[in-house]
Write a protein that binds this ligand. Structure first.
Ligand code: EPZ
Length: 416
């Protein structure tokens, strides 16, 4: 298994361009099968989750190719609506294919999705939402079989503002006869991006970014050329990595408003931050002050930055209190940070982090995508050598992370 080897203690400094958002590109890839015409996703990141989603599309007869960093998709030859477990369990996003296949083929057969082990990650809200649209859903205890013969617009109430469930219902409703209203919808920027993409294909979606999304079903969707929103989680990860090393960074292709909750926390930590158009400039403060935060659905603090920001808390003066309200098992990085000398105690959903002067290099394991990123961040501060194993988790969502960190002055190498 590949690993990263990092020698800590170097200040990060320089410029970086943020990729297009993983969590926007993935549902957009699913949505691209809703037309026979060509779709072009500009600046598509070649991260593992995208490559796995492309494998699912290829299995269904969809043609894709990269050209100058753009992904060109042609679904005119789609020839199936069933996704085998070997493909669907590679990533959580396979679940979005359900809504898209129901729109395109009127049927969908899918084994339970995979993804980061950060909780049970049930799909009950997805299935309830699709049933509200008249879709027949059968759960054979491992495989979901859906039929859309009677699919029509309707009122969907999500028991929790689930990002994936909101997106799945949107993907079905755009071609369902009549109007659909999704209440208690997720408000993440990636939901807004999916609405922008669907409308670029000729759909009629309104209100994404609020808790009520209105959709008027249309007969047919056409091709589109689309540039996804930038990755707010990747941007946040590099801002935190810079702060923990006492360095400075200029991030391009950012949308500061999409990570305003993190920016506030980094200012609490005594970082100096300035924003100009799509550029965020951060200079870390002379000392690192403790801070507290609780994750929640957007616009609350994003759960995907909980682990990365916890690393900064481990070497910030004083006690930081972190509460994870979205996933019930998103503290697997804690045991790894403790191996590096962090002082963290977890009780239920709350982690109490007592700042230490500096972390120590160690051999640690990435258990999931963002937990792995938190270990890389911690290693940049640590004294001596850190080995981060199982980095395939990290490569699911960060493109060339080692190369980018080296360009900022870090001593990091990928090893087999
Ligand atoms: C999306 O996952 C993101 N993934 C996650 O990012 C992100 O952490 C999450 O939204 C929350 O923002 C993608 O977009 C590909 P949810 P998703 O449905 O859709 C419960 C990363 O690191 N729930 O909003 O799976 C669920 O268990 C990844 O990039 C149900 O109970 O998240 C969780 O506790 C990790 N039943 C909560 O809702 C359901 O049917 C939020 O999940 C669906 C969800």
């Amino acid at each position: 298994m590949e690993k990263f080897v990092i020698n800590g203690g170097r200040k990060l400094s320089g410029k970086l361009r943020v990729e297009s958002a993983k969590n926007s590109v993935l549902p957009i890839l699913a949505a691209s099968i809703l037309t026979n015409e060509e779709v072009i996703i500009k600046d598509c990141p070649k991260i593992l989750d995208v490559l796995n989603m492309i494998r699912i599309l290829a299995f269904l007869g969809v043609k894709t190719r990269f050209s100058d960093g753009n992904l060109i998709i042609n679904s005119s030859g789609i020839n199936g609506y069933a996704i085998p477990q070997s493909l669907s369990n590679q990533l959580r996003s396979s679940i979005f294919m359900m809504g898209a296949l129901l729109s395109r083929c009127g049927k969908a057969e899918l084994a339970y999705p995979g993804g980061c082990e950060i909780g049970l990650r049930p799909i009950d809200i997805h299935l309830k939402g699709l049933k509200n649209l008249g879709i027949l859903v059968e759960d054979t205890g491992g495989e979901i079989i859906c039929v859309a013969d009677k699919m029509c617009g309707g009122e969907v109430y999500l028991d929790f503002p689930s990002v994936g469930a909101t997106e799945n219902v949107m993907l079905s409703a755009v071609t369902a006869k009549g109007k659909t209203e999704i209440r208690n919808a997720a408000k993440e920027p990636e939901i807004v991006d999916l609405m922008r993409f669907l409308n670029a294909m000729g759909a009629k979606v309104y209100g994404a970014g609020t808790s009520t999304i209105l959709i008027e079903g249309v007969e047919k969707l056409h091709g589109a050329v689309f540039k996804p929103v930038s990755d707010r989680i990747e941007a946040g990860t590099y801002l935190i990595a810079t702060a923990i090393t006492g360095g400075e960074i200029e991030l391009e292709n950012c949308s500061a408003k999409n990570i305003s909750s993190l920016i506030h926390k980094l200012c609490d930590n005594a970082c100096k931050i300035s924003i100009k158009n799509d550029i965020i400039y951060l200079k870390s403060g002379a000392c690192r002050k403790s801070f507290s935060f609780a994750t929640g659905p957007y616009p609350c603090f994003p759960t995907d930055l909980q682990a990365p920001l916890m690393s900064l808390a481990t070497v910030s003066d004083g006690v930081s209190v972190i509460t994870e309200n979205v996933f019930e098992m998103r503290y697997r990085h804690v045991q790894e940070l403790v191996k590096m000398g962090a002082d963290i105690t977890v009780s239920g959903r709350t982690a109490i982090v007592k700042g230490v002067k500096r972390l120590m290099g160690a051999t640690v394991n990435a258990h999931d995508l963002r937990g792995g990123a938190s270990l890389i961040i911690a290693s940049l501060n640590a004294e001596g050598k850190t080995i981060v194993e199982d980095i395939n988790h990290i490569q699911r969502g960060y493109y060339e992370m080692d190369k980018k960190l080296r360009s900022l002055g870090a001593d990091i190498k990928k090893k087999n």
